[in-house]
Design a binder for this molecule. Structure first.
Ligand code: HEM
Length: 477
């Protein structure tokens, strides 16, 4: 007992009884935590209701948690959403650390998200992006204003559906509200502060109606996924060009080669996980990068020059060109630094007591990693508020989680297993849209007037959709 007195938690603001520090944070949680951390330091404690949360906000702190103490913090806290929506937490994203998560993660990495699998869907990505480019060419000839946010979201949803389910799903295919709106609903519910989580004794009351809404959504998605699986059972092999992810998962189930219990519930949980993890992350990353390019015409021009040199104006960009586009790489890093789409990653939880930088963190501590704040850390970055891809010239900092100052995909055991796929889609779409078109803002708007407001969520997107007018710039028809 005596030694307990010496054990100190990281510092943090004094809280109110019951509420803790909830009154200090608003809609943009990552921004508020960034401000609070300036006062209390890169490892601080904050209380959401009755639940203490550790917030890490510097590259050094990130390295402590995601490298030196990675195993201790490799779990996820309990949350009601996966309980209802993901078949009692049978998914990967919210699985707690243990053999089930390890097996599932191995299965996803080796069978669904391997380089060979990603490569297999290359023709599909080319075709879908081609459809969008053709639509934009037509719009360009008519001078139409394009809702780029909506178009990119739709492209990403189609690519994800084709890869996961083998077919595109239209809004008519799911409930009255439609496919994309319902996915947004899940993301929204998952990101909202859920009072039942912060005040566990309120759970039975379901004051915000979360549980009711989640049960409705879960039922709709379950019916949809059952239909998808049934269609796969009925369809014959010859109709398939490339095996989609449902096929692969069904094969694993039937072969009984999984080393753990694996039935339809697991398949459905993983399918929903992949859909949600891939759709909005890629499209929102693209949307922010295009925003910065429109805000910085000189960077857009420089990128177009690189594309002209490497690809030339007589053809479109191919995936095989991507490795030769160095400035594109810098643009993407810089976009991800300022706009990591998961600004607090996903919450981690510790599986045993540990000491970090002299602070005592008890087992079960929740951890938020503010990578948005790390991207703005003035001890690490020169003029952090400026969008300057050139800062990566000659630097070997990359996006793969080895450099703790740049972590849009997280790092370590829980780092994003879809990184390769996500980066391929982001690079290809940005390159193609900038190579094929010049972009202008509507109604004589100036680059500096683009609204940069963020809307915090599990995926943090632009509050306002990005609108722009394309002009076709290639020599081919
Ligand atoms: C640009 C696109 C993407 C970004 C920025 C991104 C980012 C992230 C981040 C920040 C995490 C949480 C890391 C942590 O908790 O420490 C994550 C986890 C995850 N991502 Fe991605 N992601 C992207 C694309 C994808 C794609 C395409 C897939 C799969 C189709 C995917 C599947 C997953 C899964 C399954 C997890 C959970 C891993 C686990 O808990 O073990 N992601 N991603």
């Amino acid at each position: 007992k005596f030694s307990n007195k010496k054990k100190k938690l990281p510092p943090g603001p004094r809280g109110l009884p019951l509420l803790g520090n909830l009154h200090m944070v608003g809609e943009n949680l990552h921004q508020d935590l960034y401000k609070i951390a300036k006062k209390y330091g890169p490892i601080m404690t904050i209380r959401f209701g009755l639940v203490p949360v550790i917030v890490a906000s510097s590259p050094h702190a990130a390295e402590q948690f995601l490298k030196n103490h990675d195993l201790v913090f490799a779990s996820r806290p309990y949350n009601e959403v996966p309980q209802y929506m993901f078949y009692e937490r049978r998914n990967l994203v919210s699985a707690k650390y243990g053999p089930y998560w390890r097996n599932m993660r191995k299965l996803c990495t080796l069978q669904l998200l391997s380089n060979a699998k990603i490569h297999q869907f290359q023709p599909m990505r080319k075709q879908e992006l081609g459809i969008l480019v053709n639509f934009l060419k037509q719009a360009a000839s008519e001078g139409t204003v394009i809702d780029l946010s909506a178009k990119v979201a739709s492209l990403s949803a189609n690519m994800s559906c084709l890869m996961i389910f083998g077919k595109k799903y239209m809004d008519e295919d799911l409930g009255d509200k439609g496919f994309k709106a319902l996915i947004q609903d899940i993301l929204h519910i998952a990101a909202l502060p859920n009072f039942a989580e912060f005040f566990p004794f309120l759970r039975v009351l379901d004051l915000q109606g979360f549980a009711r809404r989640m049960k409705e959504l879960a039922k709709l998605f379950d019916e949809f996924l059952e239909r998808v699986i049934d269609e796969h059972v009925q369809s014959t092999e010859e109709q398939k060009q490339a095996k989609d992810m449902v096929d692969t998962l069904m094969d694993i189930m039937q072969s009984k080669e999984a080393e753990f219990e694996f039935d339809r519930r697991h398949i459905k949980a993983i399918l929903l996980d992949l859909l949600i993890a891939s759709m909005d992350t890629s499209s929102t990353t693209i949307e922010w990068i295009l925003t910065e390019l429109l805000r910085h015409p000189e960077v857009m021009k420089k990128l177009q020059n690189e594309l002209e040199q490497v690809v030339g104006k007589n053809r479109m960009v191919e995936e095989s060109d991507l490795k030769n586009l160095q400035y594109l790489d810098m643009v993407i890093k810089e976009g991800c630094r300022l706009h990591p789409v998961a600004p607090l990653l996903l919450p981690h939880e510790s599986i045993e007591d540990c000491t970090v930088d002299g602070f005592h963190l008890p087992k079960g501590s929740r951890l938020l990693l503010n990578v948005w704040a790390i991207g703005r850390d003035s001890d690490t970055w020169l003029e952090p508020e400026k969008f300057k891809p050139e800062r990566f010239q000659g630097s070997n900092v990359d996006l793969r989680g080895r450099n703790y100052e740049l972590l849009p995909f997280g790092s370590g055991r829980r780092g994003c297993p879809g990184l390769q796929l996500g980066l391929t889609v982001v690079r290809l779409v940005v390159a193609q849209l900038v190579h094929c078109f010049d972009w202008e803002l509507p109604n004589g708007m100036l680059p500096k007037d683009i609204d940069m407001t963020e809307k915090f969520g599990l995926v943090t997107a632009r509050a306002q959709n990005l609108m722009a007018i394309p002009t076709y710039r290639l020599h081919i028809k």
